[in-house]
Ligand binder design. Sequence first.
Ligand code: S3P
Length: 170
Amino acid sequence: MAEKRNIFLVGPMGAGKSTIGRQLARQLHLEFFDSDTEIERRTGADIAWVFELEGEEGFRLREEKVIEELTENTGIVLATGGGSILSKESRNRLSARGVVVYLQTTIEKQLARTQRDKRRPLIAEADNPREVLENLAELRNPLYEEIADIVVRTDEQSTKLVIDQIIEKV
Ligand code: S3P
C-alpha cells in the first residue's frame, strides 16, 4: 500500500467489517474506526436508540457526517455501517479518500451473525429478517460493487485468510 492510505470496509450487516477491520488495522499499524461506534460515542446513545428517537433518516444524517469527518484522516481502517453507501456523498468520499474493500457474505451467515442485535434495529425488529436482508441486498449490492476497489468473500475462509487477502491486494 502506497504511503499511509486509508482502507474503508463496506458491505452488509454481519459481513465481519468490524472484526476484520480491527485486526487488519492492528496488523498494518493503522488506526481503527467504526462508524457505528463513532455515532454511539458522539450521541451517548446506542444505535437502536438513535433509530427510535430520530428515525432512520436522522441516523443516516449522523452517519453521513461521521463518514465525512473520518475520511479526512490518513492512515486509518474504517468499518462503515452497512447502509452508509446509500448516500452518494459518502460513496464519493469513500472512493476518493482510500481503498474500498467490499466484504461479501451470504444471507445465511448474516442471519447467524446478526440475530437479536441492538445495533441492528432494521432486522432486530423484523418479523422476517431473511426477507429484509434479501431486500437490502438487492438495493445495496450494486452500490457496494460500484465503489469497490477490492472484493473479498468472508463466508468461505477464516478471518486470518481474509485479512491476508486484503493485505495482498491493497
Ligand atoms: C445498518 C447496519 C448497521 C448499523 C445500523 C444500520 C444497515 O451496521 O449501521 O443498524 O442499514 O445496514 P453494520 O453494517 O455494522 O451491522
